[in-house]
Design a protein around this ligand. Structure first.
Ligand code: ADP
Ligand code: GLC
Length: 488
């Protein structure tokens, strides 16, 4: 273990993805960044991950720290290793995790049919590891991320453990539902299958298990914490969350400001001021085969799913392109959206460049070259792309929802007069509002002095973990201290 990790109070994070090893979205970035952020606050996190092929490759020199003859029907072991500054515990269960494809989907793009068992096994292993410890190591708190880690409190309580859990909601759209007939196969305590436990309309909900079983709940922005209490955003769990409102904490995500640093980023021509973006902008125009226009160059880097509102953007785009605006989009996801964007790109060559795929290096070049980053989400628990945009001096144009509204200062008259605006915020789920926001972007672009000032504001805006790491640390400490006070 590294010196920093060894010296702090021990905690265990449980997650299904973690950058840089396995990532489908912002969850991985946050799980990967929290250990370093919390090390500065006196907490030493170890992170338990499934042994997917990419994780096992990093664990080649790992040592075994626990073994299971029968973990939900399969032998398994836990390996410990350090990787990229992270202290990892890897659940090596080849029957569950040694497969091609992504963490949740097979190569055919469908959910693995045994996802309930795969992530129940992760939770069961977490509960056993935390309860028994590894040598002298015993976590004081468990930090559980999204539904894949949600069953952990149920398994802990079944063992009689009072270890405190913090359940983090990164996206409430995913509940981890499975039929009630699976209770026995997942070794879940039948007495937990109630409306106050993990029963959800006749199914087992792994997320609800976490929400009802954890001592505290966190989500990734104050705005989303408020929204989650409403039927429009709570996705059927708003009642559960209302009942736990005093224990629900909205803590804004940060980004890893070393990994995302325009002054040192190896993927780009480094810069420290908006003027320094020019070489990156020229390269981006080239990369996407765009013809230079007299409007701004905007980018989108996103999963293509209904959440992200990119179908709305397709409808709002013609006016923007007509004003000389340019757009480069990098994304992958739902087939219908991929096709719609490819068709739009083919219809506006030179003005709209579309790349379907997942490309980390290209995403860095896009933030570096862009004048603006568009995030028109229908809902957005936090959103990281607008934070990368701020850091790289590209103005975020975002929907007024969740963490987007919490992180961007809209260019209204007051903010412009005070010299503090960092972007444009528009009504969510409205094509006219989005079109108007793009119009404002073009208008601001015409006054290069104001635009540059906003870019400078953006680059100065704090987007790291300075404010949020102490809040997590305080929460961990309160949970752990309460537990000690309660334990006879
Ligand atoms: P979400 O987790 O809902 O997808 P976030 O904004 O929190 O949204 O995080 C998205 C992360 O995934 C960011 O790091 C973003 O740069 C990255 N990303 C999304 N799509 C792509 C892509 N096609 N290629 C490279 N990176 C991507
Ligand atoms: C989820 C959310 C996103 C958030 C990320 C990290 O994927 O969709 O808004 O930034 O988790 O917390």
């Amino acid at each position: 273990m590294s010196a920093a990790a060894a010296s702090g109070r021990p905690a265990l994070a449980v997650a299904s993805e973690c950058a840089p090893l396995v990532k489908t979205g912002g969850l991985a970035d946050v799980v990967g960044a929290l250990p370093a952020a919390l090390a500065t606050q006196g907490w030493a996190l170890r992170t338990l991950l499934p042994g997917y092929p990419a994780v096992m490759a990093a664990a080649r020199r790992a040592r075994q720290v626990a073994g299971f003859d029968d973990l939900l029907g399969t032998p398994a072991r836990v390996l410990a290793c350090s990787h990229a500054g992270l202290e990892l515990l890897v659940l090596d269960a080849p029957a569950l995790f040694d497969r091609p494809g992504g963490p949740y989907l097979g190569p055919d793009g469908r959910d693995w049919p045994d996802n309930d068992r795969r992530f129940a096994a992760l939770c069961l292993a977490a509960a056993q590891l935390a309860d028994q410890g590894i040598g002298a190591w015993r976590p004081q708190v468990l930090h559980l991320h999204d539904w894949q880690a949600g069953l952990t409190p149920a398994y802990l309580r079944a063992r009689g453990s009072t270890l405190p859990c913090l359940m983090s909601i990164h996206n409430i759209a995913f509940h981890g539902l499975t039929p009630a007939t699976r209770l026995a196969a997942l070794a879940l305590p039948p007495e937990g299958f109630t409306i106050d436990g993990f029963e959800f309309y006749g199914h087992v909900s792994a997320l609800k298990a976490g929400l009802t079983g954890a001592q505290a709940i966190a989500t990734v922005s104050p705005g989303y914490a408020r929204e989650l209490l409403t039927p429009a955003f709570g996705m059927g769990l708003e009642g559960v969350l209302q009942a736990r409102a005093p224990d629900l904490h909205g803590i804004l995500n940060g980004i890893d400001t070393n990994l995302w640093n325009p002054a040192t980023d190896a993927a780009i021509t480094p810069y420290t001021s908006p003027a320094g973006k020019a070489a990156n902008r020229a390269r981006l125009v080239d990369d996407f085969g765009l013809v230079p226009g007299d409007g701004p160059l905007a980018v989108v880097v996103s999963r293509l799913s209904a959440q992200k509102g990119l179908d709305l953007l397709l409808d709002a785009l013609p006016g923007y392109l007509a004003r000389g605006g340019r757009l480069a989009l990098l994304g992958s996801g739902e087939r219908a959206l991929e096709n719609a964007w490819l068709a739009a790109g083919a219809a506006s060559p030179g003005q709209l460049g579309v790349r379907i795929g997942y490309d980390q290096a290209l995403s860095h070049r896009m933030y570096a070259g862009a004048d603006a980053v568009l995030v028109p989400s229908r809902f957005e628990p936090c959103g990281l792309t607008q934070l990368y945009a701020l850091r790289y001096g590209a103005l975020p144009v975002v929907a007024r929802t969740g963490g987007l509204a919490d992180t961007v200062i809209h260019a209204n008259e007051a903010a412009l007069a005070a010299g503090v605006a960092t972007g444009i915020v528009h009504d969510a789920e409205s094509i006219p509002a989005l079109a108007q926001a793009l119009g404002q972007l073009c208008q601001l672009w015409q006054d290069r002095r104001v635009f540059r000032q906003m870019q400078r504001n953006a680059m100065k805006h704090p987007v790291g973990w300075q404010a949020s790491a102490p809040r997590y640390a305080a929460l961990y400490a309160a949970l752990s201290d309460n537990n000690k006070a309660d334990t006879p």
